[in-house]
Structure formats: C-alpha cells, structure tokens
Design a protein around this ligand. Sequence first.
Ligand SMILES: [Zn+2]
Length: 99
Amino acid sequence: MLIPCLACDSRFVPDDYFRACSSYHRGMDLVSWTCPRCGNRDDLRVLPGELGFGYPHQGRYDVLARVRVPGLRRQRGDMRLDISLGRVSWRVPAGRRPA
Ligand SMILES: [Zn+2]
C-alpha cells in the first residue's frame, strides 16, 4: 500500500506519509501535510478507508478527490486526531487553522 503525493506523484509507505502530517484543524476536520519529497503543502481529510482532497469553500471543505487506503481508521480527540492503519497509529496534534 503506497500513498501518492498529488503534486509530484511520489509514493510513500503509510508510515512515511502520516509522519509528514503536521497539525490537525478540528473545525474544518483537516490535516496539514507536507510532502517529504517536493515540499508541497496540502490539506486533507482523513476518512474511514480513504483520504479526501479538495478545497475550502464558504467555510466548508469540499472533497473532490479520494485516495483509497483500505483499513484506514480515525478517531477525533479534543486536541488531536489519531490515525490508525492495522496495528500502527499516528497522532496529529491540533493546531492552527490551515492557511
Ligand atoms: Zn510531493
């Protein structure tokens, strides 16, 4: 299972991909991600079994593209988002709203 960067098409194993998540914006339900290869910064929504990519629009976030990640799970906390896949999990701390 490899997850692509939508900017440069590099593909990452889940551990490398999710460790590049820097902060979670709870209000918009978005995770900030920076590509370790090309440096592109993106916002994405972690959903059960997939990642959603899109654009903020009138205070909402419209998901336009989805990348399937079978088995992906998420759990929202007050100050973080926990992402898990199989027996591995990653904790993304809540931060400022995406630019
Ligand atoms: Zn990239």
